[in-house]
Design a protein around this ligand. Structure first.
Ligand SMILES: Cc1ncc(COP(=O)(O)O)c(C=O)c1O
Length: 414
Protein backbone atom coordinates (compact mmCIF):
# COMPACT_ATOMS: atom_id res chain seq x y z
CA UNK A 1 0.00 0.00 0.00
CA UNK A 2 1.27 3.49 -0.82
CA UNK A 3 2.39 5.46 2.19
CA UNK A 4 1.20 8.92 3.14
CA UNK A 5 4.30 11.09 3.46
CA UNK A 6 2.17 14.00 4.64
CA UNK A 7 0.98 12.15 7.73
CA UNK A 8 4.39 10.52 8.27
CA UNK A 9 6.01 13.97 8.27
CA UNK A 10 3.81 14.91 11.25
CA UNK A 11 5.54 12.15 13.25
CA UNK A 12 8.89 13.99 12.89
CA UNK A 13 9.08 17.00 15.24
CA UNK A 14 11.92 18.63 13.30
CA UNK A 15 9.54 19.49 10.48
CA UNK A 16 7.76 21.90 12.84
CA UNK A 17 10.74 24.24 12.43
CA UNK A 18 11.63 26.37 9.46
CA UNK A 19 14.92 26.94 7.67
CA UNK A 20 15.90 30.37 6.38
CA UNK A 21 12.34 31.47 7.20
CA UNK A 22 10.84 28.81 4.92
CA UNK A 23 9.44 25.32 5.63
CA UNK A 24 12.35 22.90 5.97
CA UNK A 25 12.77 20.61 2.95
CA UNK A 26 15.21 17.96 4.12
CA UNK A 27 16.83 16.13 1.21
CA UNK A 28 19.93 14.86 2.99
CA UNK A 29 18.72 11.59 4.51
CA UNK A 30 21.62 9.65 2.97
CA UNK A 31 23.87 11.63 5.35
CA UNK A 32 21.57 11.09 8.32
CA UNK A 33 17.83 10.62 8.66
CA UNK A 34 15.47 12.69 10.75
CA UNK A 35 13.96 11.09 13.87
CA UNK A 36 10.33 10.17 14.59
CA UNK A 37 8.75 11.16 17.91
CA UNK A 38 8.31 7.46 18.79
CA UNK A 39 12.09 6.93 18.64
CA UNK A 40 12.86 10.11 20.59
CA UNK A 41 10.29 9.13 23.24
CA UNK A 42 11.74 5.62 23.58
CA UNK A 43 15.17 7.16 24.14
CA UNK A 44 13.89 9.68 26.70
CA UNK A 45 11.79 7.01 28.46
CA UNK A 46 14.82 4.78 28.80
CA UNK A 47 16.91 7.56 30.37
CA UNK A 48 14.04 8.78 32.57
CA UNK A 49 12.77 5.38 33.76
CA UNK A 50 15.20 2.50 33.15
CA UNK A 51 18.77 3.80 32.96
CA UNK A 52 21.35 1.41 34.44
CA UNK A 53 24.40 -0.44 33.22
CA UNK A 54 23.65 -3.77 31.57
CA UNK A 55 24.83 -7.33 32.26
CA UNK A 56 26.51 -6.29 35.54
CA UNK A 57 24.40 -5.56 38.61
CA UNK A 58 21.66 -7.82 39.96
CA UNK A 59 19.35 -4.99 41.04
CA UNK A 60 15.97 -4.73 39.28
CA UNK A 61 16.81 -1.55 37.39
CA UNK A 62 19.88 -3.19 35.85
CA UNK A 63 17.82 -6.24 34.97
CA UNK A 64 15.23 -4.02 33.33
CA UNK A 65 17.88 -2.17 31.30
CA UNK A 66 19.42 -5.50 30.28
CA UNK A 67 16.04 -6.84 29.16
CA UNK A 68 15.38 -3.71 27.10
CA UNK A 69 18.86 -3.90 25.53
CA UNK A 70 18.53 -7.59 24.65
CA UNK A 71 14.97 -7.13 23.38
CA UNK A 72 16.35 -4.40 21.07
CA UNK A 73 18.90 -6.89 19.75
CA UNK A 74 16.15 -9.44 19.03
CA UNK A 75 13.92 -6.92 17.20
CA UNK A 76 16.82 -5.70 15.07
CA UNK A 77 17.81 -9.31 14.29
CA UNK A 78 14.26 -10.04 13.09
CA UNK A 79 14.25 -6.86 11.00
CA UNK A 80 17.25 -7.97 8.94
CA UNK A 81 16.29 -11.64 8.84
CA UNK A 82 18.99 -12.87 11.24
CA UNK A 83 17.85 -16.12 12.81
CA UNK A 84 20.17 -15.83 15.81
CA UNK A 85 20.27 -12.57 17.85
CA UNK A 86 23.71 -13.48 19.19
CA UNK A 87 25.00 -12.77 15.68
CA UNK A 88 24.03 -9.11 16.17
CA UNK A 89 26.95 -7.07 17.53
CA UNK A 90 26.22 -3.51 18.61
CA UNK A 91 28.88 -1.05 17.45
CA UNK A 92 28.98 2.72 16.94
CA UNK A 93 28.22 2.81 13.24
CA UNK A 94 28.79 1.03 9.91
CA UNK A 95 32.36 2.35 9.80
CA UNK A 96 33.21 0.63 13.07
CA UNK A 97 31.49 -2.59 11.94
CA UNK A 98 33.61 -2.67 8.77
CA UNK A 99 36.81 -1.90 10.68
CA UNK A 100 35.96 -4.73 13.06
CA UNK A 101 35.71 -7.21 10.19
CA UNK A 102 38.84 -5.88 8.48
CA UNK A 103 40.93 -6.06 11.66
CA UNK A 104 39.58 -9.14 13.43
CA UNK A 105 38.61 -11.28 10.45
CA UNK A 106 40.75 -10.33 7.46
CA UNK A 107 44.02 -9.08 8.89
CA UNK A 108 45.00 -12.29 10.73
CA UNK A 109 44.10 -14.47 7.73
CA UNK A 110 45.49 -12.65 4.70
CA UNK A 111 48.99 -12.53 3.28
CA UNK A 112 50.88 -11.91 0.03
CA UNK A 113 49.12 -13.45 -2.97
CA UNK A 114 45.64 -12.95 -1.46
CA UNK A 115 43.20 -10.46 -2.93
CA UNK A 116 40.48 -8.25 -1.46
CA UNK A 117 37.87 -7.25 -4.01
CA UNK A 118 36.05 -3.93 -3.51
CA UNK A 119 33.97 -1.79 -5.87
CA UNK A 120 34.61 1.66 -7.30
CA UNK A 121 31.25 2.74 -5.89
CA UNK A 122 32.17 1.84 -2.29
CA UNK A 123 31.96 4.51 0.39
CA UNK A 124 35.37 5.28 1.95
CA UNK A 125 34.33 3.33 5.05
CA UNK A 126 34.24 0.16 2.96
CA UNK A 127 37.51 0.95 1.22
CA UNK A 128 40.03 2.54 3.59
CA UNK A 129 39.88 -0.30 6.20
CA UNK A 130 40.73 -2.72 3.37
CA UNK A 131 43.62 -0.52 2.25
CA UNK A 132 44.93 -0.84 5.81
CA UNK A 133 44.66 -4.64 5.66
CA UNK A 134 46.55 -4.57 2.37
CA UNK A 135 49.29 -2.36 3.86
CA UNK A 136 49.75 -4.72 6.81
CA UNK A 137 49.46 -8.11 5.11
CA UNK A 138 50.88 -7.70 1.61
CA UNK A 139 47.52 -8.71 0.11
CA UNK A 140 46.31 -6.90 -3.02
CA UNK A 141 43.24 -4.71 -3.57
CA UNK A 142 41.19 -5.05 -6.75
CA UNK A 143 38.16 -2.95 -7.69
CA UNK A 144 35.04 -3.78 -9.70
CA UNK A 145 34.28 -0.87 -12.07
CA UNK A 146 30.95 0.60 -13.18
CA UNK A 147 29.26 0.17 -16.54
CA UNK A 148 28.54 3.24 -18.64
CA UNK A 149 24.97 2.91 -17.29
CA UNK A 150 26.36 3.48 -13.76
CA UNK A 151 25.61 -0.07 -12.62
CA UNK A 152 28.17 -2.39 -11.10
CA UNK A 153 29.91 -4.18 -13.97
CA UNK A 154 28.96 -7.81 -13.26
CA UNK A 155 30.97 -9.11 -16.22
CA UNK A 156 34.11 -7.44 -14.88
CA UNK A 157 33.23 -8.78 -11.41
CA UNK A 158 33.16 -12.32 -12.79
CA UNK A 159 36.70 -11.80 -14.13
CA UNK A 160 38.07 -10.07 -11.02
CA UNK A 161 36.67 -12.50 -8.44
CA UNK A 162 38.80 -15.62 -8.62
CA UNK A 163 40.84 -18.19 -6.74
CA UNK A 164 42.98 -15.50 -5.08
CA UNK A 165 39.95 -13.64 -3.69
CA UNK A 166 39.74 -13.99 0.08
CA UNK A 167 37.34 -11.12 0.81
CA UNK A 168 34.68 -9.43 -1.28
CA UNK A 169 33.76 -6.12 0.37
CA UNK A 170 30.77 -4.67 -1.42
CA UNK A 171 28.33 -1.81 -0.85
CA UNK A 172 24.75 -2.85 -1.45
CA UNK A 173 23.42 0.59 -2.35
CA UNK A 174 25.53 3.51 -3.51
CA UNK A 175 25.16 6.63 -1.38
CA UNK A 176 25.85 8.78 -4.46
CA UNK A 177 24.00 7.08 -7.32
CA UNK A 178 21.41 4.98 -5.51
CA UNK A 179 22.61 2.07 -7.65
CA UNK A 180 21.66 -1.25 -6.04
CA UNK A 181 24.16 -4.06 -6.36
CA UNK A 182 23.08 -7.67 -6.84
CA UNK A 183 24.87 -8.88 -3.71
CA UNK A 184 23.50 -12.43 -3.88
CA UNK A 185 24.94 -12.93 -7.39
CA UNK A 186 28.33 -11.57 -6.30
CA UNK A 187 28.24 -13.71 -3.15
CA UNK A 188 27.71 -16.77 -5.30
CA UNK A 189 30.83 -15.89 -7.33
CA UNK A 190 32.89 -15.20 -4.20
CA UNK A 191 31.75 -18.28 -2.27
CA UNK A 192 32.71 -20.49 -5.20
CA UNK A 193 36.30 -19.59 -4.30
CA UNK A 194 35.76 -19.75 -0.54
CA UNK A 195 35.99 -15.95 -0.12
CA UNK A 196 34.12 -14.12 2.64
CA UNK A 197 31.44 -11.63 1.61
CA UNK A 198 31.27 -8.37 3.58
CA UNK A 199 28.29 -6.13 2.81
CA UNK A 200 28.03 -2.45 3.61
CA UNK A 201 24.27 -2.10 4.01
CA UNK A 202 24.34 1.44 5.46
CA UNK A 203 22.19 2.77 2.58
CA UNK A 204 20.15 -0.34 1.81
CA UNK A 205 18.74 -1.50 5.16
CA UNK A 206 17.11 1.92 5.86
CA UNK A 207 15.40 2.05 2.48
CA UNK A 208 14.46 -1.43 1.23
CA UNK A 209 13.73 -4.92 2.57
CA UNK A 210 17.04 -6.66 3.37
CA UNK A 211 17.31 -10.24 4.56
CA UNK A 212 20.84 -11.26 5.47
CA UNK A 213 20.06 -14.91 4.73
CA UNK A 214 18.93 -14.15 1.18
CA UNK A 215 21.97 -11.96 0.56
CA UNK A 216 24.13 -15.00 1.30
CA UNK A 217 26.60 -12.64 2.99
CA UNK A 218 29.03 -13.46 5.79
CA UNK A 219 29.05 -10.00 7.39
CA UNK A 220 26.63 -7.07 7.09
CA UNK A 221 27.25 -3.56 8.46
CA UNK A 222 24.72 -0.82 9.13
CA UNK A 223 24.31 2.52 10.93
CA UNK A 224 21.32 3.35 13.14
CA UNK A 225 21.33 7.09 12.46
CA UNK A 226 20.53 6.58 8.76
CA UNK A 227 17.38 4.58 9.59
CA UNK A 228 15.54 6.89 12.03
CA UNK A 229 17.65 5.76 15.01
CA UNK A 230 20.02 7.77 17.20
CA UNK A 231 23.62 8.56 16.31
CA UNK A 232 26.33 6.41 17.86
CA UNK A 233 24.66 3.03 17.39
CA UNK A 234 25.28 0.61 14.56
CA UNK A 235 25.17 -3.10 13.92
CA UNK A 236 27.48 -5.75 12.64
CA UNK A 237 25.77 -8.99 11.71
CA UNK A 238 28.12 -11.91 11.16
CA UNK A 239 27.84 -15.64 10.67
CA UNK A 240 28.14 -17.27 14.05
CA UNK A 241 30.87 -19.72 12.98
CA UNK A 242 33.07 -16.88 11.71
CA UNK A 243 32.44 -14.61 14.71
CA UNK A 244 33.35 -17.54 16.98
CA UNK A 245 36.70 -18.02 15.23
CA UNK A 246 37.66 -14.35 15.26
CA UNK A 247 39.78 -12.71 17.95
CA UNK A 248 38.22 -9.67 19.66
CA UNK A 249 38.53 -6.23 18.07
CA UNK A 250 38.55 -4.08 21.24
CA UNK A 251 39.46 -5.51 24.62
CA UNK A 252 38.71 -4.63 28.26
CA UNK A 253 35.66 -5.02 30.48
CA UNK A 254 32.56 -7.04 29.60
CA UNK A 255 34.11 -8.85 26.63
CA UNK A 256 35.97 -11.30 28.87
CA UNK A 257 35.00 -14.52 30.52
CA UNK A 258 37.88 -14.80 32.99
CA UNK A 259 40.89 -12.59 33.58
CA UNK A 260 44.20 -13.56 35.18
CA UNK A 261 46.92 -11.00 35.77
CA UNK A 262 48.66 -12.01 32.58
CA UNK A 263 45.93 -13.46 30.37
CA UNK A 264 42.22 -13.48 29.67
CA UNK A 265 39.60 -15.65 27.98
CA UNK A 266 36.78 -14.22 25.90
CA UNK A 267 33.09 -13.90 26.64
CA UNK A 268 30.47 -15.64 24.48
CA UNK A 269 28.90 -13.99 21.42
CA UNK A 270 28.01 -11.24 20.89
CA UNK A 271 29.64 -9.86 24.06
CA UNK A 272 33.16 -10.79 22.91
CA UNK A 273 32.83 -7.87 20.48
CA UNK A 274 31.09 -5.42 22.83
CA UNK A 275 33.95 -4.17 25.02
CA UNK A 276 33.08 -1.64 27.73
CA UNK A 277 29.71 -0.09 28.50
CA UNK A 278 27.54 -0.25 25.40
CA UNK A 279 25.22 2.42 24.01
CA UNK A 280 22.13 0.95 25.69
CA UNK A 281 19.89 3.92 24.97
CA UNK A 282 21.07 3.90 21.36
CA UNK A 283 20.13 0.25 20.90
CA UNK A 284 16.69 0.84 22.46
CA UNK A 285 16.16 3.89 20.26
CA UNK A 286 17.22 1.95 17.17
CA UNK A 287 14.76 -0.83 17.99
CA UNK A 288 11.99 1.78 18.30
CA UNK A 289 13.04 3.13 14.88
CA UNK A 290 12.88 -0.38 13.45
CA UNK A 291 9.37 -0.84 14.90
CA UNK A 292 8.36 2.42 13.20
CA UNK A 293 9.81 1.33 9.83
CA UNK A 294 8.11 -2.08 10.10
CA UNK A 295 4.73 -0.45 10.76
CA UNK A 296 5.08 1.53 7.50
CA UNK A 297 6.58 -1.37 5.49
CA UNK A 298 9.94 -1.45 3.72
CA UNK A 299 8.39 -2.23 0.32
CA UNK A 300 6.18 0.84 0.57
CA UNK A 301 9.15 2.99 1.63
CA UNK A 302 11.34 1.90 -1.28
CA UNK A 303 8.50 2.35 -3.82
CA UNK A 304 7.81 5.83 -2.42
CA UNK A 305 11.44 6.91 -2.68
CA UNK A 306 11.75 5.54 -6.21
CA UNK A 307 8.72 7.58 -7.26
CA UNK A 308 10.28 10.74 -5.79
CA UNK A 309 13.64 10.25 -7.52
CA UNK A 310 11.97 9.34 -10.83
CA UNK A 311 9.92 12.54 -10.69
CA UNK A 312 13.07 14.55 -9.90
CA UNK A 313 14.96 13.08 -12.85
CA UNK A 314 12.08 13.89 -15.16
CA UNK A 315 12.37 17.56 -14.19
CA UNK A 316 16.17 17.70 -14.18
CA UNK A 317 16.53 16.08 -17.58
CA UNK A 318 14.30 18.70 -19.09
CA UNK A 319 16.39 21.56 -17.65
CA UNK A 320 19.35 23.13 -19.47
CA UNK A 321 22.76 23.26 -17.82
CA UNK A 322 22.42 20.20 -15.57
CA UNK A 323 24.63 17.12 -15.78
CA UNK A 324 22.70 14.14 -14.41
CA UNK A 325 24.30 11.04 -12.90
CA UNK A 326 21.31 8.78 -13.26
CA UNK A 327 21.92 5.03 -13.26
CA UNK A 328 20.08 2.87 -15.77
CA UNK A 329 16.84 1.68 -14.23
CA UNK A 330 16.35 4.65 -11.87
CA UNK A 331 18.10 5.83 -8.79
CA UNK A 332 16.21 4.46 -5.80
CA UNK A 333 15.67 7.66 -3.88
CA UNK A 334 19.01 9.35 -4.57
CA UNK A 335 19.61 12.03 -7.20
CA UNK A 336 23.13 13.34 -7.90
CA UNK A 337 23.86 16.05 -10.43
CA UNK A 338 25.99 19.10 -11.30
CA UNK A 339 25.27 22.50 -12.72
CA UNK A 340 27.61 23.24 -15.59
CA UNK A 341 30.45 25.53 -14.47
CA UNK A 342 29.12 26.00 -10.94
CA UNK A 343 30.72 24.42 -7.88
CA UNK A 344 28.29 22.06 -6.10
CA UNK A 345 28.89 23.90 -2.80
CA UNK A 346 27.66 27.12 -4.36
CA UNK A 347 24.56 25.33 -5.62
CA UNK A 348 23.90 23.85 -2.16
CA UNK A 349 24.30 27.29 -0.58
CA UNK A 350 21.74 28.83 -2.91
CA UNK A 351 19.33 25.91 -2.32
CA UNK A 352 19.79 26.34 1.42
CA UNK A 353 18.71 29.95 1.17
CA UNK A 354 15.42 28.55 -0.21
CA UNK A 355 15.08 26.19 2.79
CA UNK A 356 16.18 23.13 0.77
CA UNK A 357 18.88 21.03 2.49
CA UNK A 358 20.99 18.97 0.06
CA UNK A 359 24.56 17.76 0.29
CA UNK A 360 27.41 18.86 -1.94
CA UNK A 361 30.86 17.31 -2.22
CA UNK A 362 32.31 13.89 -2.88
CA UNK A 363 30.08 12.22 -0.26
CA UNK A 364 33.00 10.08 1.02
CA UNK A 365 33.22 8.40 -2.37
CA UNK A 366 36.20 10.00 -4.12
CA UNK A 367 37.13 7.01 -6.33
CA UNK A 368 33.52 6.94 -7.57
CA UNK A 369 33.61 10.66 -8.34
CA UNK A 370 36.87 10.18 -10.24
CA UNK A 371 35.17 7.46 -12.28
CA UNK A 372 32.29 9.86 -12.95
CA UNK A 373 34.76 12.54 -14.07
CA UNK A 374 33.35 14.95 -11.50
CA UNK A 375 35.25 15.93 -8.33
CA UNK A 376 31.98 16.69 -6.57
CA UNK A 377 28.21 16.51 -7.05
CA UNK A 378 25.04 17.90 -5.53
CA UNK A 379 23.00 15.12 -3.95
CA UNK A 380 19.32 15.09 -3.03
CA UNK A 381 18.39 12.00 -1.04
CA UNK A 382 14.82 11.14 -0.13
CA UNK A 383 13.18 9.20 2.67
CA UNK A 384 9.72 8.19 3.79
CA UNK A 385 8.84 11.69 5.07
CA UNK A 386 9.50 13.47 1.75
CA UNK A 387 6.50 14.47 -0.33
CA UNK A 388 6.09 15.25 -4.04
CA UNK A 389 5.86 18.90 -2.94
CA UNK A 390 9.46 18.56 -1.75
CA UNK A 391 10.48 17.60 -5.30
CA UNK A 392 8.66 20.71 -6.58
CA UNK A 393 10.47 22.87 -4.00
CA UNK A 394 13.84 21.44 -5.05
CA UNK A 395 13.11 22.04 -8.71
CA UNK A 396 11.93 25.61 -8.24
CA UNK A 397 14.96 26.35 -6.01
CA UNK A 398 17.18 24.93 -8.75
CA UNK A 399 15.50 27.08 -11.35
CA UNK A 400 16.30 30.14 -9.20
CA UNK A 401 19.89 28.89 -8.82
CA UNK A 402 20.29 28.44 -12.57
CA UNK A 403 19.02 31.99 -13.15
CA UNK A 404 21.26 33.35 -10.40
CA UNK A 405 24.41 31.70 -11.72
CA UNK A 406 23.65 32.48 -15.37
CA UNK A 407 23.75 36.16 -14.35
CA UNK A 408 27.20 35.63 -12.79
CA UNK A 409 25.91 35.48 -9.18
CA UNK A 410 28.01 34.17 -6.31
CA UNK A 411 26.39 32.96 -3.10
CA UNK A 412 26.85 35.29 -0.14
CA UNK A 413 27.67 38.28 -2.39
CA UNK A 414 24.38 39.09 -4.12
C1 LIG B 1 27.21 3.54 1.75
C2 LIG B 1 27.72 4.01 3.08
N1 LIG B 1 28.49 3.21 3.79
C3 LIG B 1 28.98 3.55 4.99
C4 LIG B 1 28.71 4.79 5.51
C5 LIG B 1 29.31 5.15 6.82
O1 LIG B 1 28.34 5.36 7.79
P1 LIG B 1 28.77 5.89 9.22
O2 LIG B 1 29.42 7.22 8.99
O3 LIG B 1 27.48 5.99 9.95
O4 LIG B 1 29.70 4.89 9.78
C6 LIG B 1 27.91 5.69 4.81
C7 LIG B 1 27.64 7.02 5.32
O5 LIG B 1 27.33 7.94 4.61
C8 LIG B 1 27.39 5.28 3.55
O6 LIG B 1 26.62 6.09 2.85
Amino acid sequence: MALSAKSIKRDFPIFDRSSEGKPLIYLDSAATSQKPRAMIEALVKYYERSNANVHRSVHSLAEEATELYESARERIARFIGAADPTEIVFVRNATEALNLVAEAFARPRLGPGDEIVVAVLNHHSNLVPWQQVVARTGAKLRAIPLTSGLQLDMEAAALIIGPRTRVLAITQKSNVLGTIVDVAALAQMAHRYGAAVVVDAAQSVPHMPVDVGRLDADFVALSGHKMLGPMGIGVLWGRRALLEEMPPFLTGGEMVSEVQLESASWNSLPFKFEAGTPNVGGAIGLAAAVDYLCAIGMDAISAHERALSAATWEYLESMEGIQCFQPEGGSNGIVSFRLTNVHPHDVATVLDSEGVAVRAGHHCAQPLHRALGAPATVRASYYLYNEMEDVDRLVSALQSALKFFSHGGQPGRD
